[in-house]
Design a binder for this molecule. Structure first.
Ligand code: FMN
Length: 202
């Protein structure tokens, strides 16, 4: 059977979600997937970015990460979306990309894929669950197969978020638990897609 194709599409202003996205890519690769790691385009005005040294630095540091295209979405059996929370919702940069997918959706080409989402916030109850669930609204519209991590691995009892990997950025950069939760989430999504793919080709 062909390997499961997996695209990780993320937005990150200051690097937290980027670190989770890289861990998710590792997890997907470990599970045998062909992986594309893609950032979405920055849409904030340059003066806003430059006013925050961490934001400006991260944008420069990730200049080499390819920007997500509709082909990256169409190609994938599994799509993992990562975004920081913005007042309990996904970042507008990620939404802007999602709102270019109308034609693919209309052609039914977003249906039947495995979807899952991960996030970061600055504070412990700052909207991680609502952000992941908000992305879920879109997955429902696409006819996606939503695969959350649940409590399907010991790391989930440490990370504590069954909706999707998440990290509290206010307590520092993602450490072992948050990164392992992202790896586990990706592995589980890929394993599920592999089972679906095998069933569909049987
Ligand atoms: C406009 C805006 C809104 C935000 N809203 C929240 C929020 O509601 N709760 C919270 O804990 N953090 C909030 N944050 C903090 C970000 O979620 C945090 O900086 C981000 O998760 C870090 O991820 P990154 O390093 O990948 O950009 C907000 C940040 C911005 C700029």
């Amino acid at each position: 059977m062909e390997p499961v194709t997996t695209t990780i599409i993320y937005y990150s202003a200051t690097g937290t979600v980027h670190a989770l996205a890289r861990a998710a890519a590792e997890g997907a690769e470990k599970a045998g997937a062909d992986v594309r790691l893609r950032k979405v385009a920055e849409t904030a005005p340059p003066e806003a970015v430059e006013a925050d040294p961490d934001w400006a630095r991260h944008l420069r540091d990730t200049a080499g990460v390819p920007e997500a295209t509709l082909d990256d979405l169409a190609w994938a059996d599994v799509v993992l979306f990562g975004t920081p929370t913005r007042f309990g919702n996904p970042a507008s940069q990620l939404r802007a990309f999602i709102e270019t997918t109308g034609a693919l959706w209309f052609q039914g080409r977003l249906a039947g894929k495995v979807y899952s989402a991960f996030t970061a916030s600055n504070t412990a109850h700052g909207g991680q669950e609502s952000t992941v669930l908000a992305l879920g609204n879109t997955f429902y519209h696409w006819g996606g197969v939503i695969v959350p991590p649940g409590y399907t691995d010991p790391v989930q009892f440490k990370s504590g978020n069954p909706y999707g990997a998440s990290h509290v950025a206010g307590s520092g950069a993602p450490g072992d638990v948050s990164l392992e939760a992202a790896r586990h989430q990706a592995r589980r999504a890929v394993d599920t897609a592999a089972a679906l793919k095998a069933g569909r080709t049987a």
